[in-house]
Design a protein around this ligand. Sequence first.
Ligand code: KG4
Ligand code: ZN
Length: 345
Amino acid sequence: MLVFGIDTSCDDTSAALVEDGARIIASTVASSVDLHRDFGGIVPEIACRSHIRDLVPVIDATIKQSGRSLKDINAVAVTNRPGLIGALLIGLNAAKTLAYVLNAPLVALDHVSSHIYSVHMENPALQFPYVALVASGGHTHLYHCTSHFEHRLIGKTLDDAAGEAFDKVSAILNLGYPGGPNIERAAKGVAPGPLRLKRTYLGGDSLDFSFSGIKTAVLYHVRGQDAGQCRRIRRRRKVKPARQATPPEIAAEFQEAVVEVLVTKLMAASKNLRVPAVTVCGGVAANERLREAVAQACSRAGAACYFPSKALCTDNAAMVAGLGYHYAAAGRHSPLDVDAVATSW
Ligand code: KG4
Ligand code: ZN
């Protein structure tokens, strides 16, 4: 079955043609990141205008690249939640139009479920049940996954998402946008210096996350307002003066702190639920240090771990078309009046 996928949930405009849920025949992603760089984050109005400009060329390029014709498409899958509402509506309306003119079923999907599915595309050995960590610019969520259709939320961030924290810390350190790859590059081969960031575990058996404290601690250190720099605080807390950490040292310590918390909670969840495998997906899953730390923790725990390839970590429509295959094959179609929803389930 050939499924055409579309994703316009955030800043990337993407389309893909996928066969039987796994074979990517063609995939195109047009990024508008350059237009957002000066603002240090996604500007919804700019993202929407970029989708309007790019979506039809992206669909055309995908069909051309595939060597197939529109008439070969058996179903159309599209992200209708969660995301920027204007951006979602653009992709959803294009998908409805395609489905209508091709007389093909429409499948409207949750973007987070598509990220979770992305791991299956290149890892046929991955079996249910498992715990999935979705770490992206908008999510840091843990799910107990028992089928392609059932993901139970077991933990989530109470404030910033992990990717959002990477982006904000990168802005504080003047490393540019998007922050994740820039922080990773700056931290590569650098030992954390004098700065020690407190890991936030939220106590007890909590599987929730909080990254705003780590981000604020970085900000205070850079401004010289933390215990290491500020004489008044040092005297009160009786701590020795410390030198200011360099931006690469801060990047390295920040990355270690985030990775440590993500890995600890992921492994705790897999132990609690006694699942034999874990997966990590979403933009932050592209981070090499995170992949390495998860692999080491899983090897110690005797669990299997799976990641998407880097191209499938960040937003793409191949994962949407991939998951769309399972929905279409199970007859889980969506009506043509299905709406876009800004928030997740
Ligand atoms: O999944 P994604 O492309 O879009 C959302 O659905 O949010 O994730 C984008 C996020 C950004 O916050 C970006 O900084 C982060 O993923 N990211 C990374 C890396 N590559 C992208 N974070 C850490 N390390 C990376 N190598
Ligand atoms: Zn995403």
